[in-house]
Design a protein around this ligand. Sequence first.
Ligand SMILES: [Zn+2]
Length: 215
Amino acid sequence: MAHSYRELLSWGGRLAMDEELPPCPEAEAALRSLMQGNAHYQEHSRNPAELSDLIRLRTAHEGQHPRAAVLCCADSRVPPEHIFSAGIGELFVIRNAGNVLSAAALGSIEYAAAHLHVPLVLIMGHRGCGAVTAALQKHEEPGALGELIAEVRVGVGRAHDPRQAERNNLCHSLESLGESEVLRDLADRGRLGFAGAVYDIRSGAVELLLDEDAS
Ligand SMILES: [Zn+2]
């Protein structure tokens, strides 16, 4: 790949915390393992991860030690465990339509970081996101859906192009992580890294983002 995982995490860290964060080798290793899992998924279109009663019982007994917290869209075509070839106990996943960093989502990420000690927070948007498409339209949905779309609209900003809108929305969620003192403290001590990605629902590829992708 053209960019090192350290560069990708450095970009994610600057976007999330608005400062240069110390390197986090654990986050680099986690990001590398996720991308290796995605490469396997693209090549084989199957998930080799362990789903046995053995791993179920082991994690029930010993607790969970996930490699990363992943915030992504609830879209049924974006299943993070399959995309990253991960099994039981490997990913702490938070999903909602449009990968919005709601209070519930941020609290869940704080839990994963502070109590489960995940070294990496990955926020992943995707191509063809219906929530972003809805946010680009003038039509107003009733009820809580309308409130959700309004949140996505804030993330989309002034973008009109769907791809740019997806990137803006993703970057907005990454930037909003900076509201968390819990995450900031862990990141400042080199124990937490941040990355942003877009998933292509046609190819199965996860593309990690850098400066030139942000608006
Ligand atoms: Zn979506």
